[in-house]
Design a protein around this ligand. Structure first.
Ligand SMILES: C[S@@+](CC[C@H](N)C(=O)[O-])C[C@H]1O[C@@H](n2cnc3c(N)ncnc32)[C@H](O)[C@@H]1O
Length: 277
């Protein structure tokens, strides 16, 4: 996300945080170098170099972690957290403690407020929420505990490795990508998540009939999403006219969305269905 900060209108300007450990980060004055910030919490680089991807849709960043978020990371990660190490196939039934629970993956949940609200509104669906943003991971864990959301699991690492290495074919009942980093500079467009290769990888992990729901306030990215998804043989647009979807009631306003709206941006939703192809 930080890469976009050079563009005055881009998302990263909205989320300025002081990187590195601070007084509330969990790193006390006596902490040794290399000692984990949150013992038992998310791993700094779970997939490690054995799954290093050259082009990433995110910039690794920690941001300032509040005392409450740090406490949630230490205490709740062992129970509800998942490090994306790319080393094993996930048993989603075991992860959620219910073999019959349909599971939806949300990529890039940010601070997780919208994730928590959608999970509360739909307890019959498991939400596997993935991001690399440490403060957001702590925030979502704290929200899940506060609201008694037993259907949320928080994953740490690159969603591409999760999809490619750890999820079985047709494992997912849905995929949500809300306000992915827009990477506005032309030379960074290759970092955008919604590319043909990503869409076809996602298709293999979605069961037929599953919905892929994207939203963005970045007009050129919306156009790219529509083009890529329309061209995909694996998905059909739920809109008969082949265009954007009306904003569905079930998607709450996200943090980045409200900041985009404040700037006069227009938000586009795209809802495509995995077909049998
Ligand atoms: C612009 S923010 C939007 C956050 C949230 N959905 C919202 O609307 O407030 C995009 C998020 O996606 C995350 N992200 C980008 N690429 C990712 C990837 N490959 N795996 C996991 N998270 C990713 C970033 O860390 C960032 O938190």
């Amino acid at each position: 996300m930080s890469e976009n900060s050079t563009a005055p209108d881009a998302h990263a300007e909205r989320d300025r945080t002081v990187p590195g450990p601070g007084p509330e980060s969990g790193r006390g004055p006596g902490r040794d170098r290399g000692e984990p910030l949150f013992p038992g919490g998310p791993a700094a680089d779970p997939a490690g170099s054995h799954h290093e991807r050259r082009i990433r849709s995110f910039r690794p960043r920690r941001g300032r972690v509040t005392a409450g978020q740090g406490e949630a990371l230490r205490r709740l990660w062992p129970q509800w957290g998942l490090d994306i190490d790319g080393l094993h196939r996930l048993d989603l039934g075991a992860l959620f403690g219910d073999p019959d629970l349909p599971v939806v993956l949300e990529i890039g949940f940010g601070m997780g407020e919208a994730t928590a609200r959608m999970a509360a509104a739909d307890p019959g669906t498991g939400i596997l929420a993935v991001d690399v943003h440490t403060p957001g991971q702590g925030n979502l864990l704290a929200l899940a505990e506060r609201d008694g959301l037993s259907n949320v699991r928080v994953a740490n690492g690159d969603a591409i490795i999760l999809l490619r290495e750890m999820l079985a074919p047709a494992a997912l009942s849905g995929l949500r990508v809300y306000f992915p980093d827009p990477w506005p500079k032309k030379r960074h467009h290759k970092r955008r998540l919604l590319q043909p290769e990503f869409v076809e990888l996602a298709a293999t992990r979605l069961r037929p009939g599953a919905l892929l729901h994207c939203a963005t306030d970045w007009e050129p990215y919306a156009e790219q999403m529509l083009e890529v998804l329309t061209a995909s043989p694996s998905f059909d647009n739920t809109q008969p006219d082949g265009g954007y979807s009306p904003r569905p009631d079930f998607r709450p306003l996200t943090k980045f969305e409200s900041q985009g709206l404040d700037k006069g941006h227009i938000v586009h939703d795209l809802i495509f269905r995995r077909n049998d192809a």
